[in-house]
Design a protein. Sequence first.
Length: 581
Amino acid sequence: MQPSPQAGSGPRVDPIEILLKASEVAADHTLDLDDLLRALAALVRKVVPFQLFAIMLSDEDETLAIRYSIGYRPELVRNLRLVLGQGITGAAAQSRKTVLVNDVSKDPRYVAAVDAVRSEIAVPLVAHGKLVGVIDLQTSRLNAFSDVERNLLELIASRFSLAIVAAQLYRASTEQNVTLRTLSLIAQEFSQILQLKQLLEQISSLVRGLIRYDAFSIYLLDEEAEQLVHYFGVRFDERVQWSSMPLGEGIVGTAAQTRQPVLVRDTTKDSRYVEAVEGIRSEVAVPLMHQGNVIGVLDLECEQEGKFTEEHVRTLSLLAPQIAISIENARLYEEVAEARKRLERDLHAARRLQQSLLPDGAPRFEGIEVAAHNTPALEVSGDFFDFYPEPGRAFGIMNGDVSGKGAAAALFAAMASGALRNLTSAELDPSEVLDLVNSTLLERGVDAHYLAAIFAQWRPAERKLVVASAGQPPPIVRLRGRAEALDIGGMPLGIFPKGAHDRVELELAPGDVFLTASDGLHEALGLSGEDYPNERLLRLIESLPDADAGEILQAVLSDVDEFSGGRSPADDRTVVVVKAI
């Protein structure tokens, strides 16, 4: 049966031909939704004249938004949303039946979106009993549509409904794959960024690749103040800074307080919305959770109404835990980095102070010249040396090595050095001085540290050097040109109440040398992993018969440095050289 055309309608059309054509067009454009909707519009134009054309598709909440249109203003396309039952289009969607109105001025359901419209026809797109959307045609002519147009449009809708669903599923699958790949990329990139500002900039860029937005913000929770501090924001690719948001207020505050995402399709209709920037019509906020606690909120805003969907919420919810972990890692890194900077500043100051407290490394005393040097393995040293001159009577020499390295060892060394200054005396034998220092350290009760030491006393009247040992490596002596290690030992200080301290007396003639060094020198590693040989040190000292104390010291330090290949010392090194003159 051939339908007769209405006055002003299109040419006579065979319904069977239209049905076949609709099936062919739908089949040819199944995988691309945009192409499919353009092809649908082109087919409709061939059989039904119109001035305004729209395909409104249903969202998850069954509101209708224009997905493809002809003749509508862009701002109307962006912002127009209809609920079921609203307007001619909403009525067709709600009833799942075509609604034809040839004089909209007489139909109270009509929503005047465009002036001068007189006729409208809305045909529902239904697949498997579920609303897909609505084809809506409008024109300025009265009585523009008849049952002929109704039948033709219903035939077209019957073939395109399933095709639209298939295209939507294909697009959703493709977008999901893209989303998953992007999420994987994001996880990899986030794990490598430890600077918080740089991390948030990268987050804003990568999120935009998933979801288009006009404004992006990260708020971080200040628990004490019970507010969300606007930490990072971008609007149209420009950095912005907005006010903090009290916990529980606004979309952002609500997301943090409820610990649930908040999706607002139209901010003008949501009483919770707090305007931070003019023109925003849609917003989505997702809480950032770490170890069960809210640390902040990720917030997206757009000037277009209904821009964000439940799918966007799901995507952001998948992304939020990774963002939260990355933010916490970056904040922890920055806290550690700042603490490290403070510690380095403090240690550097402590190093300067410690070096200033060490005596002049080249003092002169009746009958001897002395040179000494301390090289810390870390910023501060657990090694120390000190001199205790009593003019005309004696000259005390201390070389101490506290167990361990770093700040704790340096503090213990300072305590031991202070004790020595109070205890040294020409009336006391070096072994007695070590006994008194041992008792003092035990009284302080500092666990896990002890002091290895050599204490020597030069007695100019007798030209004797009296040496007592408390666990330091055996000193080196060069007597009459021949160098050897002294056979002397003893217990370190600060461990046992009664320590055994070996004692030896040396008569030094001009040119004789006494050298004491901490184990950091003797245990310096060569390139093959062996310790600095004691025999090498002996031969070096013998090879410098005319060198003064300072020159011998520098030769020893240079030789150890050459032996170890210039590597930084693994332990503190302290060397004291005494030469009789």
